[in-house]
Design a protein around this ligand. Structure first.
Ligand code: ADP
Length: 179
C-alpha cells in the first residue's frame, strides 16, 4: 500500500525488515540497547556483532523510552540502524501514545540529520511490549504523516510489517487516516 504526503511516499509492506534496501533501518530496541528478541534479535543476527559493538561504545548508558540513536548497520545493506525504545503497554494511561509518537519523530529526525532519504520502520511496541496493534497503527502512522507534512523529508518511509495481522491493522488504519 502506497500513499503520498506531498512529495514524500509512505509505504506499507509485509516482510522482514532486515531484507530491506533503504538508507536506515529502525530497530525496536530496549533501553539498555542490549539486543533481545523479536525484530531486535533479527537485526543483530543479520547485521552481525558490529552493531552491538558500535552502540556499546557510543551509548554506554543506553537510550530512554521515546528517544532514538544511530549506529552502524554492520552487514545490513542499510547505511545505519536507528535504535528507538518504544513504551511498554500499561493500559494506555501512562503516556504510551506520546512515547510511541516520539519514537517516530525522533527516529525520523536522526535519519534526516544523517542525510537518509529512505527509512524502514517495524511496528514498534506491538510485540513483546504489548501495545494493541490497531492503536499502535493509528499513533505510528499519524506521527509519520505529521513529520512528512512539516519536514517534507525523507523521500520514503516504509513500514515493514512481519505479521499479516499487524499489516492488516496498519492498512486499515491508513485507509481511515487518508479518508
Ligand atoms: P517490541 O518490544 O517493541 O514490542 P518486538 O520485536 O517484540 O518489539 O515486536 C515489534 C514488531 O516487530 C512485532 O509486530 C513483530 O511481529 C515485528 N517483527 C519481528 N521480527 C521482525 C522482522 N524481522 N522484521 C520486521 N518486523 C519484525
Amino acid at each position: 500500500m502506497l500513499v503520498h504526503a506531498g512529495k514524500c511516499r509512505l509505504l506499507l509492506v509485509q516482510g522482514d525488515i532486515t531484507q530491506q534496501h533503504v538508507d536506515a533501518i529502525v530497530n525496536a530496541a530496549n533501553s539498555r540497547l542490549a539486543g533481545g528478541g523479536g525484530v531486535d534479535g533479527a537485526i543483530h543476527a543479520a547485521g552481525g556483532p558490529d552493531i552491538l559493538e558500535d552502540t556499546r561504545r557510543k551509548y554506554p548508558n543506553g537510550c530512554p523510552v521515546g528517544d532514538a540513536v544511530a549506529s552502524s548497520a554492520g552487514r545490513l545493506s542499510a547505511g545505519y540502524v536507528i535504535h528507538t525504545v518504544g513504551p511498554v503497554w500499561q493500559g494506555g494511561q501512562s503516556g504510551e501514545a506520546e512515547a510511541l509518537a516520539s519514537c517516530f519523530r525522533k527516529s525520523l529526525q536522526v535519519a534526516v540529520d544523517l542525510g537518509c532519504k529512505s527509512v524502514a520502520f517495524p511496528a514498534i511496541s506491538t510485540g513483546a511490549y504489548g501495545y494493541p496493534r490497531d492503536l499502535a497503527a493509528n499513533v505510528s502512522l499519524k506521527a509519520v504523516l505529521d513529520f512528512l507534512k512539516w519536514h517534507r523529508q525523507p523521500d520514503e518511509v516504509r513500514f515493514v510489517l512481519f505479521e499479516e495481522g499487524v499489516f492488516g491493522a496498519f492498512a486499515h488504519s491508513l485507509e481511515l487516516l487518508m479518508k
